[in-house]
Design a protein around this ligand. Structure first.
Ligand SMILES: NC(=O)C1=CN([C@@H]2O[C@H](COP(=O)(O)OP(=O)(O)OC[C@H]3O[C@@H](n4cnc5c(N)ncnc54)[C@H](OP(=O)(O)O)[C@@H]3O)[C@@H](O)[C@H]2O)C=CC1
Ligand SMILES: O=C(O)C1=N[C@H](C(=O)O)C[C@H](O)C1
Length: 281
């Protein structure tokens, strides 16, 4: 629902780690309002005031379990849920002509195809990481990979909290895609992930991935270029999930009145280099 010129932004999966951050980010952003907050049917938060459910003061926003109703009074939806849920939401968001901001990771090729098909007539902004810093890191990774030759071995290392369910992280895949784009190779052709046992020597031109899990780590990424006599190491450490949430709200605002299509945070942040496309995971 438009309240004056304020943009109505809904959050699905609002009880999740990111869902709660997203709701707070909408509430603190001038020019937007929280038009709805949805969880799965049967969740204990259904029917409760969102603020109280989150352990704070009442917000006057009641948690619902019908995304259709929530979408009907919104201009955008922030979706950091699961691949299956995101595919379903993409159909509903496109029908309602909402800007669908997707942070969900672990999406397979078939999921991406379904999202692209559903979103043909709507604006979809999707990124495995919504922070400014990581998106800058992808631009730097592509550039460094393009300049350093194949004698520099590329490894992407990530660490996340113990509850993370997908690996490598969406961010690690974005960085891998950026490195592959810089080298003008297809990431799938050069990926080395999950090494264990007698693996044989590293393949020439491989891009390796290592995933660490533990504790409450918000998200840490490094790209290592290991060459003869030196290593170039660039990285990003997230210490607060609000970083991602603010990026998502920025994307929802940016997407208003854009032509239908699939966009990434590279578009939102104005970092696209037409001469060097970087696919985003
Ligand atoms: N792009 C980015 O910048 C970032 C992306 N992420 C990604 O966001 C996703 C979520 O992460 P996180 O918040 O830590 O995970 P959580 O598991 O804490 O949250 C996911 C939430 O989605 C809910 N959910 C699942 N299916 C539905 C549905 N059909 N309808 C409504 N709600 C649903 C879950 O509900 P229930 O628990 O009841 O099943 C849960 O509350 C992950 O893929 C993660 O990698 C995370 C941080 C930053
Ligand atoms: O699951 C998380 O927590 C995060 N997921 C994203 C990813 O897969 O890269 C972004 C961030 O690193 C946190």
């Amino acid at each position: 629902m438009t309240e004056g010129n304020s943009i109505g932004i809904a959050v699905v999966g609002v009880a999740g780690r990111m869902g709660q951050m997203l709701a707070q980010a909408v509430l603190e952003t001038p020019g937007t309002h929280l038009s709805g907050a949805a969880v799965l049917a049967g969740h204990p938060w259904v029917g409760r005031d969102l603020g109280e459910a989150m352990g704070g003061p009442a917000l006057g926003v009641i948690v619902e379990d019908d995304p259709l109703e929530v979408f009907a009074r919104s201009q955008a939806v922030l979706d950091f849920t699961t691949p299956a849920a995101t595919v379903d939401f993409s159909v509903l968001a496109a029908q309602a002509r909402l800007v669908h901001v997707i942070g969900t990771t672990g999406l397979e090729r078939e999921d991406l195809e379904k999202i692209a098909a559903a979103g043909r007539h709507a604006v979809v902004v999707r990124a495995g990481n919504m922070s400014v810093g990581v998106n800058l890191l992808t631009v730097m990774t592509r550039r460094i990979a393009a300049v350093l030759g194949p004698e520099y071995d590329i490894e992407v290392v990530e660490m996340h909290h113990r509850a993370k369910v997908d690996a490598p992280s969406g961010t690690a895949l974005m960085l891998g895609e950026a490195a592959a784009a810089g080298r003008r190779v297809n990431l799938a052709d050069v990926t080395e992930a999950g090494r264990h046992g007698i693996t044989g020597a590293r393949a020439e031109g491989a891009i390796g991935f290592a995933s660490l899990r533990g504790g409450d780590v918000v998200g840490e990424h490094e790209v290592i270029f290991a060459g003869p006599g030196e290593r170039v190491v660039i990285g990003h450490i997230a210490t607060d999930r609000m970083l991602f949430a603010r990026g998502a709200v920025r994307a929802a605002i940016w997407g208003q009145d854009r032509p239908p299509g699939q966009y990434t945070m590279i578009d939102v942040l104005g970092l696209r280099d037409p001469a060097a496309e970087v696919p985003d995971r």
